[in-house]
Design a binder for this molecule. Structure first.
Ligand code: 3H9
Length: 721
């Protein structure tokens, strides 16, 4: 529907079914609670109340969903600015009124009832869900907390069914970990009173309304289901336990603590205190930069699947039913696992029977660990592995829709593989390479298959990590790229479309990260201090700990490819060479930058000092730099920002927000900082350009601001603009 027409369409519709008012929220795509919807709802309920012929109200959503929460776009506009409790207060007060409504309100809840959507539902007096419903309070994923009574009503409803302590525990878990419950589970937990098949929803809601009118059913008001659930002492113990359980997950965050605080204020001091605290704490979360970052990322992630000239072309959708993966190593088996999991049949091709068996073993173990943890049923396990076949030749490849190559990083081998694939497959079969560094055009240069070729660069472990870089060359057909974007969504990956260059997007922009760390060590900064500063900034681990995890030998090999491609801006610390010579390959050999007495946990290694001294000597023993932790963070990341700007300049990345998603999902950049470019813009292009220029005088071309960055800094513009 055109936007101007959409703006004039009513977003809430009312009709009469005998003595019942049926109110339908109709605000595509997901019936979010925009201010317009809330106003429309309030008016519709008021109209039903003033109509004497109406005896009960049913609230439902149009389409397949109830309500997917407050309008995140509107919240995004309000976030990061000073805020008071008025925003949450007004919705809370209306929901208090709805709950107390003299005419019973039945909630007919299909599909998603999330965030503010579940909060509206909890204020109804009877809830019917469907077998495909999903209910939850995922506000913490956005840096917020449930601000329309969710921290008060959900624990009370659960406590009524499970008992005070168990209910409070379940409620806290659902809120703090953003856990959704499917309809049948919501019934078991007492969140809804009835579950039916979607086609029976309206009839079931009408029947419940009739019973409420006749008095055969009693209305349930969630806020009245127990006032003080815990003593103050119990609440304090609960808080300590909660904080302990959240542990490192809440590093640099404020909203989980605020959420726990309102749950416990309500549980120990009653609903009135709890709901007030909820409004105050919601305002604090909304004003914090973490919410701005996470809300930005919500929309950035959804923008990734929109590629101009590709996804706006209405190509007929392609079905991917049969795939092959070449190579059953860690990457190949992970990719095969993701495909099988999405219901796609997979042929795993390896070079001999031994390699086939090893590849199958890895796939079985990927599914097996989920089976053991109860995350997969035996039926689903059997079905997934039933879709897997293995072979050592190209027999039947003419039946395939896509082949993903994941053999070793060797140009000649890959060129041969694609020449063979061109002959073995149909002309419409997509040919993809999982190379992490090699030019896709070079791989396909001996074929005529380039239009159906692209890179699908997964991150390890491929069945777990959410990101896939889709590398298109100038030959890749838009239809093929569009089809693979669709496939990525099907296998639950977020695809970021990138151009063809050495390292593609993520590995290329993070090349200066490791280099900066080496440069700092050569200039007298302790590696463990660097790791701590970067960890405290919010990365899962610092660059040296990451080097140990990836393998010092692997880093040395990948580093040499990148250094050759980007010679003009490469700094070479010999530290990695000294580790390599000492056979300290990282965690897998028990020693790298750290030592690993139990094979897993890192401990500083006094023996590293000697190797650091050798690297410093090779660098000419420059005087030690005196830096703050913030300097270390900026020194390490500003080179990454600079390279990201080059990628925007060259069209390797389509937009800055794609880089945000790629850095969060591919490198563990802290999501609450909104991704690399969002964070850079929070500091300002001028500040970044100024520091880079200073460092380029001291350390050379590696820090020279690129034109894109310099020009935006001169104009005082955002880097993401
Ligand atoms: C809240 O409720 C605060 C309250 O407690 C207190 C207030 C005082 N708003 O994900 P999809 C758009 S905070 C605006 O691709 P799916 C989305 O951008 C909210 N827009 O589909 C996309 O637009 P486009 C708590 C929204 O099927 C389109 O809908 N709620 C909203 O893969 C389709 O989305 C949440 O955190 C929204 N609330 O997944 C739930 N939701 O087509 C957030 C979606 O232009 N939403 N859009 O790119 C979701 O988790 C998923 O969207 C959902 C559907 C699971 C619903």
């Amino acid at each position: 529907m055109p936007k101007d027409t959409a703006a004039t369409q009513p977003v809430v519709k009312s009709e009469k079914l005998d003595d019942i008012a049926l109110i339908t929220i109709d605000s595509p795509p997901v019936n979010s609670l925009s201010q317009r919807v809330v106003m429309g709802l309030a008016e519709a309920v008021a109209a039903a109340n003033s109509d004497n012929s109406v005896k009960a109200i049913i609230l439902r959503g149009a389409g397949d969903n109830f309500i997917a929460g407050a309008d995140i776009g509107e919240l995004g506009q309000a976030s990061g600015k000073p805020s008071d409790s008025a925003l949450a207060n007004s919705l809370q007060s209306w929901l208090d009124q709805l709950e107390a409504n003299a005419k019973p309100v039945v909630i007919a809840l299909d599909g998603f009832a999330l965030g503010g959507g579940l909060e509206v539902a909890l204020a109804g007096q009877y809830r019917v869900a469907t077998t495909r419903s999903r209910v939850g309070l995922p506000e913490l994923k956005l840096g917020l907390l449930p601000g329309a009574g969710g921290t008060q009503r959900l624990p009370r409803v659960l406590a009524d069914k499970l008992g005070a302590m168990a209910g409070l525990q379940k409620g806290s878990e659902m809120i703090l970990q953003s856990i959704e419950q499917p309809g049948p589970k919501a019934l078991e937990l007492g969140i809804v009173q009835e579950v039916v098949e979607p086609e029976s929803l309206l009839d079931a809601a009408k029947a419940a309304a009739k019973k409420l009118i006749s008095g055969a059913l009693k209305p349930v008001r969630a806020s009245k289901l127990g006032d003080k659930l815990l003593s103050k002492e119990e609440a304090e113990q609960f808080r300590q336990m909660g904080l302990m359980m959240m542990g490192d997950k809440v590093r640099n965050l404020v909203h989980p603590q605020h959420a726990l605080d309102c749950i416990l204020a309500g549980a120990s001091e009653g609903y009135a205190v709890g709901i007030r605290r909820e409004a105050e704490n919601f305002a604090k979360c909304l004003a914090a930069p973490q919410a701005t970052g996470l809300i930005h990322l919500f929309f950035a992630t959804r923008a990734c699947v929109k590629v101009p000239g590709v996804t706006d072309q209405n190509f007929p959708p392609r079905k991917f039913e049969r795939a092959a993966v070449l190579g059953g190593g860690t990457m190949g088996s992970g990719i095969a696992t993701a495909l099988l999991d999405a219901g796609i049949s997979v042929v795993l091709k390896e070079i001999n029977d031994e390699a086939v068996a090893a590849g199958r073993g890895r796939i079985e173990s990927n599914f097996g660990s989920r089976l053991k943890k109860g995350k997969l049923s035996q039926k689903k396990y059997d079905e997934a592995l039933g879709r897997l076949t293995t072979q050592t030749n190209y027999k039947g490849f003419d039946q395939l829709d896509i082949v993903i190559e994941a053999v070793v990083e060797n140009i000649a081998l890959k060129q041969q593989v694609f020449a063979d694939l061109e002959k073995a497959t149909r002309a419409d079969c997509v040919l993809a390479s999982n190379t992490s560094t090699i030019d896709i055009e070079l791989i396909g240069q001996n074929t005529k298959a380039l239009p159906r070729m692209l890179g699908t660069h997964f991150f390890s472990p491929a069945h777990v990590m959410p990101l896939v870089e889709l590398v298109r060359t100038k030959h890749t057909s838009s239809e093929v790229l569009g089809a693979v974007i669709g496939l990525s969504k099907k296998i639950k990956k977020t695809p970021v479309t990138v151009g063809n260059c050495v390292g593609f997007l993520v590995n290329r922009i993070f090349f200066p990260y490791g280099q900066a760390a080496g440069l700092l060590v050569d200039n007298g900064v302790d590696p463990y201090r660097i790791d701590k500063a970067i960890f405290d900034f919010g990365m899962p681990m610092g660059p040296f700990r990451m080097g140990d995890l990836a393998g010092v030998d692997v880093a040395k090999f990948a580093g040499s490819i990148m250094a050759e491609a980007y010679q003009d801006r490469t700094y070479y610390s010999t530290l990695v060479e000294h580790l390599f010579a000492a056979k300290r390959f990282g965690q897998k050999t028990g020693r790298g930058y750290y030592q690993y007495p139990d094979g897993k946990t890192e401990q500083p290694d006094p023996g590293l000092a000697e190797l650091v001294a050798a690297a410093r000597k090779d660098a000419g023993n420059p005087p030690a730099l005196e830096l703050t932790d913030n300097d270390i963070v900026e020194f390490t990341f500003f080179g990454v920002v600079n390279e990201a700007c080059r990628c925007l300049e060259e069209g390797i990345a389509i937009r800055a927000s794609d880089i945000d998603v790629a850095t969060v999902m591919g490198m563990g950049f802290p999501p609450y900082r909104g991704g690399l470019m969002h964070w850079a813009d929070s500091l300002g292009s001028r500040h970044i350009a100024k520091r880079l220029t200073e460092w380029s005088r001291q350390f050379g071309a590696m820090y020279e601001p690129c034109d894109y960055l310099r020009e935006r800094a001169e104009r005082g513009e955002k880097l993401s603009g």
